[in-house]
Design a protein around this ligand. Structure first.
Ligand code: NAD
Length: 373
């Protein structure tokens, strides 16, 4: 890989490699864009085959976080960290504490969080060395499991879609097919059932499907038939890449809106959905509730405030559809445009020097620099 050329093409500001012989640490932090604020993004631990694979992953994921934070109205930039290793066998307290010290050395430019392969316990080790970490345990002012917030945000996005499609945002009058009843899918099913909706569910893990059926009154559908269900909304809440050549012709829904990351196998499938008259809620905007929730930790966690912030997803999804109308583009593209427009606009505002209110009050540098917009 021509590293500088790749960074230029993808727009990254900084990539840092950390190694520690004593702890076996091999980690990469990628900071994509900090125009809006410090880069926040999870720490992924994965047994990457080689360093290039790890590097590609962290570059791709960190760029995605820039867009996600920007559309979410957060004063945060995009970043991500990857830790090369097997999360089942290679974890230790010194490993995460050494990474914590290195993250601290970045001077607040990057804030880490949980991701695939890492847990609240790992974040707690990092927290012993730096406060540039969110998603820590509640005793440290953390916010706990983000899934209910992600599900709540997804519900708000679904309501915005219903409003656009049916001029009525009441989910209780509609039917839903939900793929995956894990952390987010379970709570989404719960919220929808509480609203009185008809909900079909499937999961590769039978016990999870049974729980949604027994506890929430959902109706089970065989896994392979989830794309054929005649429901108003299809909500992917399991895997990425599920909107593709095989599935799009089968969909009978009018809306695709779920929590899964990277739902479109490639962007063209977002355009095809549009052509078929199916409304698509861009994944990184509708599933931003978890990010919004952990971001509140930076100011002192407040659960009510977290829910209020997450409910803005209704308007965010609505704004994306307005941009799509304004520019005659599909919604997936409108989401990118909303993000880029905000980064540019706020970047322009910050061109001239001004002391921030907080700085003037205290007469010293603020402890954390992130604020939520
Ligand atoms: P999870 O692992 O708890 O749940 C996923 C569920 O999908 C599991 O129950 C799994 O058995 C099931 N599944 C896997 N393959 C399947 C298949 N082929 N068909 C049907 N079910 C299948 O994960 P989660 O935390 O609920 O996240 C769900 C999705 O939302 C993921 O794509 C995740 O990246 C995304 N997301 C989650 C959060 C969050 O706060 N948890 C935030 C943003 C995005």
């Amino acid at each position: 890989m021509e590293l500088f050329e790749t960074l230029r093409e993808m727009g990254h500001e900084q990539v840092v490699f950390f190694q520690c012989e004593d702890t076996g640490l091999r980690a990469i932090v990628a900071i994509h864009n900090t125009t809006l604020g410090p880069a926040l993004g999870g720490l992924r631990m994965w047994p990457y085959q080689n360093e290039e694979e790890a590097l590609r992953d962290v570059l791709r994921l960190s760029r995605g976080m820039t867009y996600k934070a920007a559309v979410s109205g957060l004063n945060l930039g995009g970043g991500k960290a990857v830790l090369i290793g097997n999360p089942e066998t290679d974890k230790s307290e010194p490993l995460f504490r050494s990474l914590g010290r290195f993250i601290g050395s970045l001077g607040g430019r990057y804030i880490t969080a949980e991701d695939v392969g890492t847990t609240v316990e790992d974040m707690d080790y990092i927290y012993q060395e730096t406060d540039r970490v969110v998603g820590v345990h509640r005793v440290h002012g953390g916010s706990g499991d983000p899934s209910p917030f992600t599900a709540y945000g997804t519900l708000q996005g679904i309501k915005a879609c219903l409003n656009r499609k049916f001029d009525d945002d009441d989910p209780g009058k509609r039917s839903f097919s939900i793929q995956g009843c894990g952390h987010v899918g379970y709570y989404l099913t719960k919220y929808l059932r509480e609203a009185g909706a008809k909900v079909f569910v499937c999961d590769i893990n039978d016990s999870r499907t049974e729980r949604a059926v027994d506890e929430l009154g959902a109706e089970a559908v065989p896994m392979e038939q989830i794309y054929d269900v005649d429901a108003d909304v299809f909500a992917p809440c399991a895997l990425g890449g599920v909107i593709n050549e095989d599935t799009v012709p089968r969909l009978k829904c009018q809306i695709v809106a779920g929590s899964a990351n990277n739902q479109l196998e490639s962007e063209e499938w977002g355009t095809v959905l549009e052509e078929r008259g199916i409304l698509y809620a861009p994944d990184y905007a509708i599933n931003a509730g978890g990010l919004m929730n952990v971001a509140i930790e930076l100011q002192g966690y407040d659960r009510d405030r977290a829910y209020r912030t997450v409910s803005t997803i209704y308007n965010i999804i609505g704004n994306i559809f307005s941009i799509a109308d304004r520019d005659g583009i599909p919604s997936w593209q409108a989401a990118d445009r909303l993000a880029l427009e905000r980064i540019e606009a706020i970047g322009n505002v910050r061109r001239f020097y001004s002391l921030r209110f907080k700085d003037r009050l205290s007469g010293r540098r603020p402890h954390t620099t992130a604020t939520i917009g």
